[in-house]
Design a protein around this ligand. Structure first.
Ligand SMILES: Nc1ncnc2c1ncn2[C@@H]1O[C@H](COP(=O)(O)OP(=O)(O)O)[C@@H](O)[C@H]1O
Ligand SMILES: O=C(O)C1=C[C@@H](OP(=O)(O)O)[C@@H](O)[C@H](O)C1
Ligand SMILES: [Mg+2]
Length: 194
């Protein structure tokens, strides 16, 4: 008996990477979009180191992002962020989660263009607002409505995120599905470079 042809299923994430990353992959996008979370999974998939710019700034300063903002203001934080990202981009390929405001630095944009594949993760502001609500570690959301802040950031930062090599709209799906979407988009980009 001949088997009935089945519709092609969406390709699941393979256990092993089906392509090689020639450069560091830097995730950019607004707060709450999943740069840290998806970045960790991406790093696991490629068996590459994962670095989070916020975490590296905290290590370098010996204090939390919220305390850096409180002691040195946003400008102090941005200076540290620019230095840390510049240092991280001098390492062999790895997965780098930036902070949502990293691309406000022209130097960081230049460094990323030269040394990384940038992936802009985006999704609906309503989804982001829900994800970041009641999380006290983001100083820019202190005492303000997350939706108001996200709207402002979308206005000023979307034009900056446009520089990304790859754009992935992750919707409001599972982490696994978001990872799959990022992998597919990255694969297409890397193959286009060959
Ligand atoms: N599909 C998804 N992709 C990314 N993050 C998600 C997803 N679903 C839920 N989240 C949650 O959103 C929150 C914010 O993620 P995070 O990685 O800290 O964002 P960012 O680093 O971009 O600010 C986390 O609690 C994460 O688990
Ligand atoms: O959007 C921003 O300006 C910021 C985003 C945060 O990182 P995440 O985008 O990982 O939340 C962190 O760098 C800091 O609180 C400022
Ligand atoms: Mg993060």
């Amino acid at each position: 008996m001949t088997a009935t042809p089945q519709p092609a299923a969406a390709a699941p994430v393979p256990d092993r990477p089906s392509f090689i990353l020639p450069k560091t992959v830097a995730l950019v996008g607004l707060m709450g979009v999943g740069k840290t979370t998806i970045g960790k999974r991406l790093a696991e998939h490629f068996a590459l180191p994962f670095v989070d710019a916020d975490e590296e700034i905290e290590k370098a300063a010996g204090q939390s992002v919220a305390d850096i903002f409180a002691h040195y203001g946003e400008k102090g934080f941005r200076d540290g962020e620019e230095r840390v990202i510049s240092r991280l981009l001098d390492s062999p390929p790895q997965i780098l989660a930036t902070g949502g405001g990293a691309l406000t630095s022209a130097k960081t944009r230049e460094n990323l263009k030269a040394k990384a594949i940038t992936v802009w993760l985006k999704t609906d502001l309503k989804v982001l607002s829900r994800r970041v609500a009641n999380k006290p570690h983001r100083p820019l959301l202190k005492d303000r409505s997350p939706m108001d802040v996200l709207r402002e950031h979308a206005k000023t930062r979307y034009p900056l995120y446009q520089m990304a090599d790859v754009v992935v709209d992750t919707g409001d799906q599972s982490h696994a599905k978001s990872l799959e979407l990022v992998l597919n988009a990255l694969k297409a980009h890397v193959e286009s470079l060959a």
